[in-house]
Design a protein around this ligand. Sequence first.
Ligand code: IPM
Ligand code: MN
Length: 350
Amino acid sequence: SRSIRLAVIPGDGIGPEVVAEGLKVLSAVLPQDVKVETREYDLGARRWHATGETLPDAELESLKGHDAILLGAIGDPSVPSGVLERGLLLKLRFAFDHYVNLRPSRLYPNTATPLALREEQRAAVDFVVVREGTEGPYVGNGGSLRTGTPAEVATEVSLNTAYGVERVVRDAYARAAARPRKKLTLVHKNNVLVHAGHLWKNIFDAVGAEYPEVTTDYLHVDAATIFFVTQPERFDVIVTDNLFGDILTDLAAAITGGIGLAASGNINPGGAFPSMFEPVHGSAPDIAGTGKADPTATVLSVALLLRHLGHDAEADRIEEAVAADLAERDPATARTTRQIGDALAARVSG
Ligand code: IPM
Ligand code: MN
């Protein structure tokens, strides 16, 4: 369509600052005839302090009427841990059935990595984690007995359904089949988590029979962390559960230029609900308002958003602009959040 109805949740800390730059680049990259109608939602710590609400039903309903959601960051030290995470961020992911949590990583030229990689390894680091987004230990299926006593017992049960695993595994195969290397790695821990591990591995193998062109691999999650550090170039597409994916994608960010560059999409592939795009980083309250936040992760999340809505050429332009900007970055001359956004906006429109 020639217009994009975009819901914007700037959120907390550096969220509003990085989102402003993301929107700047979005309007710079789109052709004149594609209009963006944005509607901003006041959700996050401020709202919770003012009204006690995290995500009222009316807001959830109104968000549904959009093509996509752009989210900055959620969380503030003044709000008890878990309140906004569960009540807002995870609530959105579950309510809008964001079962594909897509987290690409690429080691752009001139980007710092703590890894000692040979040049040909560096150039080959380009992988995407397909993290399941609606199940696993994130569902809140647990409880505690004798809470607060020395005899306390707590459970946090991971939910894995054939339905939920199959749909995310299918999505990952389709993504792998569409990439040049056509390789898909399942990451789990099926030597210990035998029940869930069995379900994942069986479905992974069964769906794989439909994709003979895709090379498959299996790694236990602990071994996967070693290979992320020693041979990150071996990965193409990775599919894994919600919690393993959470941990692996922070590691992925750390080895590919840091969380200032890590983008993500919370995707509902069928399109019954709006997908939501956000930088992987948090609200970084310690640097909020200082202009130190790097908006690049948000800008790359905007590229994922455009690709999801079928604006591939514009998504490509943003990624090329980021690559060019990174290639010229000089760590000795730090730029502000706005300066980086301006530079990227200029590149995509120029
Ligand atoms: C992420 C975050 C969230 C998660 C938290 C804030 C609930 O770490 O997006 O990776 O665990 O998914
Ligand atoms: Mn995380």
